[in-house]
Design a protein around this ligand. Sequence first.
Ligand SMILES: Nc1ncnc2c1ncn2[C@@H]1O[C@H](COP(=O)(O)OP(=O)(O)OP(=O)(O)O)[C@@H](O)[C@H]1O
Length: 829
Amino acid sequence: KKMDHEEMSSCDLEAGTVCESTSCSSLSGRPTLTDVLSEPSPVCPTAEGEQTEQVLEPLKVYLRVRPFSKAELASNEFQGCVTIESSEIVVLQAPKDSAALKNSEKGIGQSIHKFTFTQVFGSETTQNKLFDGTIKDLLTAFIGGQNALVFAYGVTNAGKTYTIQGSPEDAGILPRSLDLIFNCINGRLYLKNNLKPHLSSDIMKMDFGQVEHEEAIKTALLSNLKEETDHNVKASTNQSSLKDMSHLVGPNNVSPMCVAADEQDCEDKTNKNQEVQFSVWMSFFEIYNEYVYDLLNVFPLPKCQKRPVLRICDDQAGNSYVRDLKWICINSSEEASRILKIGNKNRSLAYTKMNQKSSRSHSIFSLRLLRVSVEDEPHILGVSELSLCDLAGSERCNKTHTAGDRLKEAGNINNSLLILGKCIAALKQNQNTKGKQRYIPFRESKLTRLFQPFFCGKGKACMIVNINQCASTYDETLNVMKFSAVAKQVVQRIQSKGFEFFTPKVIGKDGKAIRFDANISIEELLSEENLLEDENEMDVTVMSHEDALKEIENLRKKLSAERQSKLVQELQIRKEMGEAMFQQMLELEETWSKICEEEREKSEQLLEKRFEMYRNAIKHHAYHCAMEEVEDNYVPVEEFLAEQEQVKEKDQRILELEMALTLLKQSSESRSDLHITEERIIAEHKNQKMDGVVEELQKLCQKREELIKSLQAQIKNIKDESDRAVSKTNEENTVLKQTIIRKDQEIEALQSCVEHTGELEALVSELQGKQNESRKCSSLVDVKQPKTKKGLFSNFKSTVTHSPKSLKGQTKSEDASTLSRKQPLLRKM
Ligand SMILES: Nc1ncnc2c1ncn2[C@@H]1O[C@H](COP(=O)(O)OP(=O)(O)OP(=O)(O)O)[C@@H](O)[C@H]1O
């Protein structure tokens, strides 16, 4: 969890904290290739104790996003996980089902991450654009004499191999670099080929026989390819390869960089630089399961035979190199491409679930450029190295369903990448802390051992991060991005001086160093007798007995000094760890006390709630008990009154008895003492009896009084209720009265209508009579059957005469109960 936190904070820091201007300023006004070639050496190579200048430059980290394949699009891998915000910023959004999203839902980490890169190349980026935008400057530095490392990093199937090597149709940065280098040194190749790279950065002078031997190896290698490749295929490949590279080459086979320079100036400098020549050597090896294998085997070994394993050794300056690695002298980019093909065939590739041709090893292609001055007599000026590394892809074994050999490979791959991550994190931390320097575990893996010089000032490094946008590999991609965020914060301290600073040691055939002197020509050196006489191939590590003893003594001293420093370091680390742990304990204690406080408050609240609950329950219970008691003690009113009567009667009786007693006392005064005593006893007895009865009666009275009170309360309640009912009934009555009045008014209106209709009928019959009379008078009229009355009024009459009845009937049927309720009220009115 702590690691996550650290990673996260580094990511957050990432945004905008790394000063890009450092790199920009160093690049502004950068020299053209012709400048590099023509400039005289700035520092005398023999000047001892001279302070070396260093250039601070942030590690350049580029991001390339691979496009989706058709299969990925079909399997719903597109979930908008990767968004390119600008040419430098990319945002990652966790898809559903990813561990990152699940963690963020639990409050661990975030679901959205923002990362800043030196430059981001989207899925539409062409190989050419990537090449121009990433390593062109590095190549300038390489040709100028600086060591350079480019490494492609990413999860499996992210496009690392595609970026480094490309496809037959579209070449990657490696073939493009070869083309550019050979275009730039075009016409300045050192064709004697008698100088060969040796150990980490030395040069070995070869005699004629050795040169021939080297030539023979190369020819064998090339013919090996020739034998296996079909002529037609080869022809088409060569053509396509030339066609592929054609866009890199300007007119007259000069690279665009050279074309860009002022032509006249370029020509002058080229003429001048005819005296500087170059010898180019290449090697290609892989680190597979932590074993180093040469990929440029002259004769392919049968599958059953084990490949020879190469060792990584240190030279006297402590620089690591691959011992017995084959270095092949190359004279053209085409030659290099052909040799590269052989190497690729020897690479450890395998089919995995994620990638059909997954690289199971880290492959490192290296070029060494020897710069030779041929002004008067050839002089060695220096050597620089360019390494292009295609790292094996990191992967999660359960996702890739790896098992057996694949699982072992994955373990080794992940382990070496983990150590690379540790080294980069330590480098970043060391540059931020003054004084105490953290141990950088370069030597814990073969890969980091070989990368060490590039990260320690002896060259420039640049990282190309490859990612795919698939939702299924989101978590691994996020880790890669976090790693890149840390790497981008590493600031490289690069020795500003080129060849001259890394003065190569020239080794003779006997393996002994020849004192380097720029004034001694190669021919002079070669003509030295000791070189020519010794025909036997010598192992450079063989020393004389005295030298070996001295070396052992030296190493012993170094070892004890190293042990002491390590002991101090260990103590320091222990102290730091102790302090860190103590700090952590304090933080933990603080956190826990906070948690305890919160818990305490919570439980107090809970307790308070419980108390409230119990209180309410008790109240409820008490109320119920009281109600039950009241019910038990309930006595009907009649019974109570009867008892009251009895009490009164008893009171009366007591009074009578008391009076009788007084009389008895008075009359018995004259009786004898015996009688008196007897009577007194009797009276006392009676009194005692009466006292008990009185007490009982009083208790009864008290109870009755209580009962009366409760009954009175009940009566009051009933009275209130009846009052309410009466007022409600009154309100209803009022409403009913109003309704009845309305109905009466309606009936009256109808009756006046009926009367009016009667009048109208009389008028009609009168008019008819008059009409009949006038008819009789005017003519002889046949007696006719009287017609049935038709017309508005007859209908109206019948309607009106029937309407009250029907209305009444309807009202009856509709709401008989309402009427029955109304009638008494009407009667009242
Ligand atoms: N920019 C790109 N444009 C088109 N296709 C690409 C691109 N990058 C990668 N590919 C294709 O994606 C597939 C996987 O790429 P590649 O083999 O380079 O991945 P890798 O990272 O090297 O994987 P591994 O680590 O397993 O070797 C290949 O088929 C390749 O052609």
